[in-house]
Design a protein around this ligand. Structure first.
Ligand code: UD1
Ligand code: MG
Length: 451
């Protein structure tokens, strides 16, 4: 069914006292993104415009985080959900059509559920769910014929009303004209003395308007994050959703319970993810890779058929058939050519490792160019920092760097050259030559100058 383009209001002014945090609740991260982003995603998926976020506590921080994704309304004093919507109403000026109202702390609610609200085509539609334990949710009150007549907050319920299991999830779709008409009529005659948005339901019914409750089956979607335990629970559900999506798309995940893939990640078919692995940020992983166990990859590009085990990678780029780990640390600017290898206890930063080059063990390679098929011996270090500035190390094609070489940058080792074990290379090395010693000097000269 095609429905008119909606406007949307996201309530995010509350303090989130139970998070016990200095940070606004809606800015707490969930799989790498602020809680509020998920609410905005769902609404952007429906092309909601205008999209208004009601801010209050930590308003400035919330505005900063949202940026240009939405417009803002300020609610300086939190006098209830109805009051919050009153603050946003001026932002709807000139808008006619359905207005979706959601919370910034319900990250699991999907655009599909909001679409159902729109499709109900009612004057007021709301999401409800049957809860085995209705707890402190507002109860949906229905007439003998089953028509929705109102919502009563748990604390305002009679004992009979408290028995009702159908609860209000807190998401609504109200026609703009009707919303404008009803908001000024909200009162504060309730246990909390607040303006309850929920009262628009009974007001609409009294006015002869069509009110529909759209029941959803997936109870997880009703999860509102109030505590850090809720945040962890939301993370679990989201993690399962994301992992399932990738498994259905051809990615093997051996232990979904210990695999965290952030929403923005992309993974190719036949890639296998081993336990205790996090794939974060804007990472793109190719086909046929083996990732993990115990690996963290943040905003990296990984080509096809790579193997990465027990390693940490941040803003690195790997071409195809690269072998990393176990226990490697690839920092930003690590750029590994096809078939290259970075082995155990190796740290790479801001360096290009060309095709087939190997840094197999216990090395630090920073600000370097490592040519094709270079072998960097165990324990080699690029001494890239002289205490003031960073300098570059260039190892040309086919060079063989002996174990425990210190490469004092800026320095260049020519194509096919060799350095002896333990040498300290503080001068450029001619292509094809061999240097040894501390400081390293050409092997020929060495025999003539030392007794
Ligand atoms: C509300 C509903 C209840 C529903 C429940 C679902 C009302 C009166 N009750 O209750 O029927 O079952 O949600 O979770 O609406 N907020 C503001 N400004 C305010 C007050 C709240 O922006 O002045 C925001 C909060 O930041 C939060 C959301 O609105 O994101 C919900 O507020 P909350 O106080 O948690 O409402 P509930 O009491 O849970
Ligand atoms: Mg709540």
């Amino acid at each position: 069914m095609s429905s008119p383009r909606p406007a949307a209001i996201v309530l995010a002014a509350g303090k989130g006292t139970r998070m016990k945090s200095n940070r606004a609740k809606v800015l707490h991260p969930l799989l790498g993104r602020p809680l509020l982003d998920y609410a905005l995603d769902a609404l952007e998926g429906l092309a909601a415009d205008p999209l208004l976020v009601v801010v209050g506590h930590e308003a400035e921080a919330v505005r900063q985080a949202v940026g240009h994704r939405a417009h803002f309304a300020e609610q300086t004093e939190q006098k209830g959900t109805g009051h919050a919507v009153m603050m946003a109403a001026p932002g709807l000026e000139g808008f006619e059509g359905p207005v979706l109202i959601t919370y910034g702390d319900m990250p699991l609610l999907t655009g599909d559920s909001l679409q159902k609200l729109l499709d109900a085509g009612a004057d007021v539609a709301l999401l409800s769910a049957d809860f085995p334990e209705a707890a402190d949710f507002g109860r949906i009150i229905r007439s003998g014929e089953g028509r929705v007549t109102g919502i009563v907050e748990a604390r305002d319920c009679t004992p009979e009303q408290l028995m009702v299991r159908e609860v209000n999830m807190g998401c609504y779709c109200v026609q703009a004209g009707l919303l404008r008409e009803l908001l000024p009529r909200l009162g504060t005659a309730n246990d909390q003395g607040e303006y309850y948005l929920t009262d628009i339901v009974s007001l609409a019914v009294e006015g002869g308007h069509r009110v529909e409750a759209v029941k959803i089956e997936d109870l997880d979607q009703s999860l509102g994050v109030n505590t850090r335990a809720d945040l962890a629970r939301a993370g679990e559900v989201l993690r399962e959703r994301i992992n399932r999506k990738w498994m259905l798309a051809g990615v093997s995940i051996l232990d979904p319970a210990s695999t965290w893939i952030e929403p923005s990640v992309k993974i190719g078919v036949d890639t296998v993810i081993l336990p205790q692995t996090m794939v974060q940020g804007e990472t793109v992983i190719g086909e046929g890779c083996q990732i993990g166990p115990q690996t963290r990859i943040v905003s990296c590009t990984v080509g096809n058929d790579c193997t990465i085990q027990n390693s940490v990678l941040t803003e690195a780029r790997l071409e195809e058939k690269v072998n990393v780990g176990p226990f490697a640390y690839l920092r930003p600017g690590s750029d590994l050519g096809p078939g290259s290898k970075v082995g155990d206890f190796v740290e790479i930063k801001n360096s290009r490792i060309e095709a087939g080059a190997k840094v197999p063990h216990l090395s630090y390679v920073g600000d370097a160019e490592v040519g094709a098929r270079v072998n960097v011996g165990c324990g080699t270090i690029t001494c890239n920092y002289d205490g003031k500035a960073k300098h570059k190390t260039i190892l040309e094609e086919g060079a063989f760097i002996g174990s425990n070489t210190s490469l004092v940058a800026p320095v260049r080792v020519g194509a096919g050259a060799r350095t002896g074990a333990g040498s300290v290379v503080n001068r450029d090395v001619e292509p094809g030559s061999t240097v040894v010693g501390v400081p390293a000097r050409p092997l020929r000269q060495k025999s003539s100058t030392t007794p």
